[in-house]
Write a protein that binds this ligand. Structure first.
Ligand SMILES: *Cc1c(COP(=O)(O)O)cnc(C)c1O
Length: 381
């Protein structure tokens, strides 16, 4: 097969004229930091998700950190969390002084395995952090019933799952504190940014204050005419607020999200069709409860060496990636939070064989066909 002349990027954000115009409008307005556009973005995001409160912050990591603190998770608490995630999902637990307990995943979905969660619950367990891997919803129904039974908090890491539906409702509206990412590679981007959603007014208020040094919630207005120079600090908070420049991007990315999702689903369907019946790889089977957002399209190689496969894809001028290096395999975590020898077997096996293929709205059908053909050609060698 003929190698394409240009390198096909693994991911690429789609920024349109409306985003650019809105950013320009913000820059000329003279108000660059958190202001009216952040509030409008929060309102529109909450409406889209179908949740009472959406609080904008400067990253999903910040949202996760504040979610952990808002639920009073701290020293002496154990939190069950997948290792099959980006490291920040776990790092934030350490910021709060809690102990991460790694849960294994289901091979069918790469999401937390409810059976393994139950095995790992102890008297000290306080919470479960659920990651919707690649945009495929975790088994929330089962995990919520476990949480109710053991009185545990659920925090959802929905960095991949903006626009994912589970049982007909968007992720972020299922009654738990949920954290979204608008990092450059994600399905909706503000360059850097994040959002926390909740129906709980106390959680929302805590996050609104703690993203701004712990000062009262309207503090951003203190330099405007309606504002006042007086404010109080109720507790030492963080500097985690979003800016109006970021929100300018977010407002239009949110409008374009349904179109983005439609295109991602089309691409996934083309891949599914192309790989159907292949003995060399497995693709994800989407359960009927989930409307997948396809942030990622991972394939699992049967016998071909994963690292060589990635080199071969590069030679074909295609960018691929691996999601994720399991957190428990990083040196810091190995040393401080070692897992037992016969634990995390599915996570380890999946890691050795998984590859993420490029999937983003601006890919053409020809790009998708080229990637499909390259994958099959390499694996049949
Ligand atoms: C990207 C990502 C994060 C971190 O998001 P930031 O907005 O960069 O902080 C957290 N969890 C998962 C699963 C991610 O993929």
């Amino acid at each position: 097969m003929k190698v394409r002349s240009s390198f096909l990027l693994f991911c690429r954000s789609s920024i349109g004229v409306l985003e650019k115009k809105e950013v320009e409008d913000t820059l000329s307005s003279g108000w660059l930091t958190m202001g009216p556009k952040v509030l409008e973005f929060e309102k529109k995001f909450a409406e889209y998700i179908g949740v009472k409160y959406a609080v904008a912050v400067n990253s999903c990591t910040a949202a996760l950190h504040l979610a952990v603190l808002a639920h009073g998770i701290g020293k002496g608490d154990e939190v069950i969390v997948p290792s099959q995630t980006f490291v920040s999902t776990v790092n934030v637990l350490l910021f709060a002084g809690a102990k991460p307990v790694f849960g294994d995943i289901e091979k069918s979905s790469y999401n937390l395995d409810p059976l393994d969660i139950e095995k790992k619950i102890t008297k000290k367990t306080k919470a479960i952090v659920v990651v919707h891997y690649g945009g495929l919803s975790a088994n929330l129904k089962k995990i919520q019933s476990i949480a109710r039974k053991h009185k545990l908090v659920i925090i959802e890491d929905a960095a991949h799952a903006v626009g994912t539906k589970y049982n007909g409702k968007y992720i972020g509206s299922h009654g738990n504190t949920t954290c979204f990412s608008f990092y450059a590679t994600k399905n909706l981007t503000t360059g850097e940014g994040g959002m926390l959603t909740t129906d709980n007014p106390k959680i929302a208020e805590y996050v609104q204050k703690s993203r701004m040094h712990g000062i009262s919630k309207d503090a951003w207005k203190r330099y405007s005419k309606e504002g006042s120079w007086k404010y109080d600090v109720e507790f030492p908070g963080f500097k985690y607020n979003m800016t109006d420049i970021q929100a300018s991007l977010g407002l239009h990315q949110l409008k374009r999200l349904p179109g983005f999702l439609k295109r991602r689903r089309q691409i996934a369907a083309l891949f599914d069709k192309g790989f159907k019946g292949s003995q060399e790889l497995e693709v994800i089977q989407v359960p009927k409860e989930t409307e997948h957002s396809y942030h990622l399209y991972p394939i699992l190689l049967q016998s071909y060496d994963r690292d060589i496969f990635i080199e071969e894809m590069k030679k074909m001028n295609i960018g691929v990636s691996v999601h994720f290096i399991p957190v428990h395999q990083f040196s810091y975590y190995k040393k401080n939070y070692p897992v037992k020898k016969n634990d995390m077997l599915v996570t380890n096996d999946v890691f050795n064989r998984i590859v993420s293929l490029p999937i983003y709205p601006d890919m053409t059908d020809a790009d998708v066909r080229y990637v499909t053909e390259a994958v099959l050609t390499i694996l049949r060698k």
